[in-house]
Design a protein around this ligand. Structure first.
Ligand SMILES: NC(=O)c1ccc[n+]([C@@H]2O[C@H](COP(=O)([O-])OP(=O)(O)OC[C@H]3O[C@@H](n4cnc5c(N)ncnc54)[C@H](O)[C@@H]3O)[C@@H](O)[C@H]2O)c1
Length: 327
């Protein structure tokens, strides 16, 4: 397939970015938009000079592949319709609202005829790609994932674990092939009725501990991973796309003009991170996979695994809250 005919379903905050990227992507022919809000959809269609379709099925008749960027509760039904119509799907994270829905879609896509890619965008973040290379051969002792945001009132149809922590869980699933030995999680509500601040501890080995914090009530936007290894400390900023590697510091006494002075040397390496937009790399991968019949980097099985993981953590948080309430 030389040119993949693309549509976008749901053109809110995230869908608008998909529209922008598809308009500029090689081998993609952006042809149409569908949005339940006709005013929003028509305006986006006008801006990108593509057709607006009121009904999902009408859009599906005109495309080879779509991005599904509706709120999560609608993912299952829309993705199912896409698969039934033989249309390849890039669906935003979280894959679906429930594990049963994710399993059903994973099964439906297992015949290999249609591709499902799930929008775990951080896997395409150049800072994460470079961090992975830096960590090769290193003896990791601990990792801290921080994903903090101010409260904006968006995506409150899901809690912060499903909305934000799932990004880091997607990376954890990518980094560690096996399940953790144990996990614990806590959290609480602040501005909504669901979890607005969540924290998890995962033990992968007696000497490998991971902590994950996700917040939508913190007055600063932070997307960071820090790693303690046996001989270095690494700080990756996924937002500003920087990585610093702090090597073990050397301390010794030097003799200067007959007096002994303590001297400490620290070495900081700044890793070169390419300035590529993660969404561009993610959608480029999707279009290439559709055009060449390849398996995407984030499959339905990956989306299912990440969802299963965060739902376990969410259950732990809800359970700990129930226990607290009893006390
Ligand atoms: N990858 C990321 O970093 C990231 C960031 C933000 C949101 N998201 C995900 O993207 C999805 C959308 O989030 P958002 O913030 O853009 O939401 P949004 O509310 O801003 O936009 C959703 C759009 O979908 C439309 N819509 C709703 N139901 C529809 C239906 N049945 N058919 C067609 N259109 C429909 C709405 O009219 C709206 O325009 C969510 O799953 C969210 O988790 C991912």
């Amino acid at each position: 397939m030389d040119q993949v005919r693309i549509g976008v379903i749901g053109t809110g905050r995230m869908g608008q970015s998909h529209c922008r990227v598809y308009s500029n992507l090689r081998h993609a022919k952006f042809v149409g938009i569908c949005d339940a809000n006709a005013e929003v959809g028509r305006e986006m269609a006008r801006r990108h000079e593509v057709s607006f379709f009121r009904e999902v099925d009408a859009l599906l008749e005109n495309v080879d592949a779509v991005s599904v960027c509706t709120p999560t509760p609608y993912h299952y039904e829309i993705v199912k319709r896409c698969l039934d119509a033989g249309v390849h799907v890039m669906v935003e994270k979280p894959f679906t609202e429930t594990l049963e829905q994710a399993e059903a879609l994973k099964e439906a896509a297992s015949n290999g005829k249609t591709i499902i890619q799930v929008g775990h965008i951080e896997k395409f973040n150049p800072a994460f790609i470079e961090l992975r290379k830096v960590l090769e051969g290193m003896d990791v002792l601990a990792m801290n994932f921080n994903r903090l945001s101010p409260f904006q009132g968006s995506n409150v149809d899901v809690d912060v674990v499903l909305d934000l922590m799932i990004h880091d869980i997607g990376l954890v699933v990518d980094l560690f092939e096996h399940e953790p030995l144990s996990m614990d999680a806590h959290g609480f509500a602040v501005f909504t009725d669901s979890i607005d601040y969540g924290m998890a501890i995962l033990k992968y080995a007696p000497e490998i501990l991971l902590t994950l914090t996700a917040s939508r009530v913190t007055e600063q936007k932070i997307r960071a991973i820090s790693v303690t290894t046996r001989d270095a400390y690494i700080e990756a900023d996924l937002l500003h796309k920087t990585i610093e590697v702090h090597r073990r510091t050397l301390g010794d006494y030097v003799n200067q003009k007959n007096s002994h002075k303590y001297r400490q040397e620290s070495l900081i390496e700044r890793i070169v991170v390419p300035t590529m937009e993660p969404l561009f790399l993610e959608l480029q991968d999707f279009v290439t996979c559709v055009a060449e019949g390849k398996t995407p980097q984030v499959t339905a099985a990956d989306g299912y695994n990440a969802l299963r993981f965060v739902l376990l953590l969410r259950d732990k948080i809800l359970e700990s809250r129930r226990v607290q309430n009893k006390v």
